[in-house]
Design a protein around this ligand. Sequence first.
Ligand SMILES: CC(=O)N[C@H]1[C@@H](OP(=O)(O)OP(=O)(O)OC[C@H]2O[C@@H](n3ccc(=O)[nH]c3=O)[C@H](O)[C@@H]2O)O[C@H](CO)[C@@H](O)[C@@H]1O[C@H](C)C(=O)N[C@@H](C)C(=O)N[C@H](CCC(=O)O)C(=O)O
Ligand SMILES: Nc1ncnc2c1ncn2[C@@H]1O[C@H](COP(=O)(O)OP(=O)(O)OP(=O)(O)O)[C@@H](O)[C@H]1O
Ligand SMILES: N[C@H](CCC[C@H](N)C(=O)O)C(=O)O
Ligand SMILES: [Mg+2]
Length: 487
Amino acid sequence: MILLKDILYKVPLESVVGNTSVAITNLHFDSRLVTLNDVFVAIRGTQSDGHDYIIKAVEKGAIAVVCEELPAQIIHGVSYVKVVDSASALAVMSANYYENPSHNLKLIGVTGTNGKTTIASLLYQLFEKAGYTVGLLSTVKIMVADQEFKATHTTPDSLTINKYLAEMNAAGVEYCFMEVSSHGIHQKRTEGLQFAGGIFTNLSHDHLDYHNSFAEYRDVKKKFFDELPKEAFALVNIDDKNGPVMVQNTKARKVTYALKTVADFKAQILENQLSGLLLKINDQEVWVRLIGSFNAYNLLAIYATAELLGLEQMETLQLLSQLESVSGRFQYLISEGNITAIVDYAHTPDALKNVLETINDIRTKNEQLITVVGAGGDRDTTKRPKMGHIASALSSKTIFTSDNPRSEDPNLIIEEIEAGVAPQNFKKVVSIADRKQAIKTACQLANPHDIILIAGKGHETYQEIKGERFDFDDYKIVEETLKQLEK
Ligand SMILES: CC(=O)N[C@H]1[C@@H](OP(=O)(O)OP(=O)(O)OC[C@H]2O[C@@H](n3ccc(=O)[nH]c3=O)[C@H](O)[C@@H]2O)O[C@H](CO)[C@@H](O)[C@@H]1O[C@H](C)C(=O)N[C@@H](C)C(=O)N[C@H](CCC(=O)O)C(=O)O
Ligand SMILES: Nc1ncnc2c1ncn2[C@@H]1O[C@H](COP(=O)(O)OP(=O)(O)OP(=O)(O)O)[C@@H](O)[C@H]1O
Ligand SMILES: N[C@H](CCC[C@H](N)C(=O)O)C(=O)O
Ligand SMILES: [Mg+2]
């Protein structure tokens, strides 16, 4: 039997109306899910205010309500707990409810603008190959040892995180690698978790629709490191100018990695080809199957993490060479007719620039690079012209298309992307709103040895239009189209 007061342990309380020694069943922050004897936590969101649903929750059987402001109408038999911050309270209560599962495994959080999914997924792969039982919370999927679950967020809400961590405890998971997004930190989804380590990848222009300024976005990321315990490690990329900022106030052990400057962990790119990278990591050479200079950073962070967690150096290097690319992250195929198609999740100006420069580093002058790209609706609009400029400047031909338009008109999104194209690149671009048609056109334009890049949706298997999700898989479509055209 779980009592309300048990799950309130360590939650700063402002006032209480009613009894906290009542037995509770489940914990919820969505009134629609409440059933008899549950606790409802009212959270102020971006669309609505959970406080407006307190009455609904009580009608559905809530025995207790946790909120920032007590409702005018107090119902007899229901306990009301006033807290300073409901989202923080939910995080601590979730950890208590599931008996602090993060204490029973080594939890590593990966944060930064790009590379979180790649690093977390590859660490999951590497530790599995090393023989451990491993967990993963990522944009692409959630893994509890070998069991796969669908991911809805990069960093799920605190209740969901703790639920999966508890399942990981039950499955004997020793290490869990999780992505920590800026939304996640800001909404306190990771509060109350005990991290054994944190990794910082890089910071660039993203999510300025949600965060008011770059400084605010940076400080949200920094907060994750501020809150790490002193037993943890804070592994940061110091080639990024914000790397040192992240660890300014951390209590954790600071460890650095870099390609360009002196650092605790250093790497050098010896060769960069479509078949892989030859790296020199701390004076040892290693071939990896991943492509692109940015992956050198990811692999170095992975190597450093493995060493910080006690894996043996030679074993780690050997396992690094076996890692396979993550779905939708520079995932590629070479067709019968020798056309290379690359599907990548790059959906920010910085990531797009990285991917295009990576391909341009590898391709020769005779090979065309044909890029298919769009931008999501209901998200940061300032990135659109930037992406338009980057794609058109760095490709031989560019086809602007629709991503997930959500509630917006795809043609208007495309117009904003086109606005960034410099006059000298006008003749290189065409816009085709139908994404399937855009991919098909790219395939028709491609000659043997050319490279097609399809950016922005990576692993996604749907296209979201006006609240509805339609089946859509960039990789499958390009694979089938090339097959058909080359028949
Ligand atoms: C903008 C944003 O982050 N929103 C998240 C937020 O929802 P919200 O603040 O809009 O919630 P709301 O709709 O205003 O509702 C407020 C409260 O009332 C409650 N409610 C609402 C209706 C009702 O009938 N009853 C009720 O109790 C809701 O459950 C909620 O607790 O809290 C919800 C519960 O945790 C999240 O699911 C939701 O994620 C939305 C779906 C989302 O799209 N988030 C994206 C932007 C996101 O989080 N992305 C990052 C990754 C970004 C990246 O790095 O690329 C991620 O970690 O996934
Ligand atoms: N270390 C890196 N530096 C710059 N760009 C990178 C790096 N790693 C990956 N990328 C690029 O950014 C894209 C997104 O990578 P990944 O999915 O690993 O990042 P993420 O941080 O999880 O992103 P999201 O917040 O969208 O989930 C990749 O498809 C790749 O093009
Ligand atoms: N986690 C990111 C993913 C963006 C992917 C892109 N395909 C889009 O839909 O905008 C977001 O929700 O902002
Ligand atoms: Mg991710």
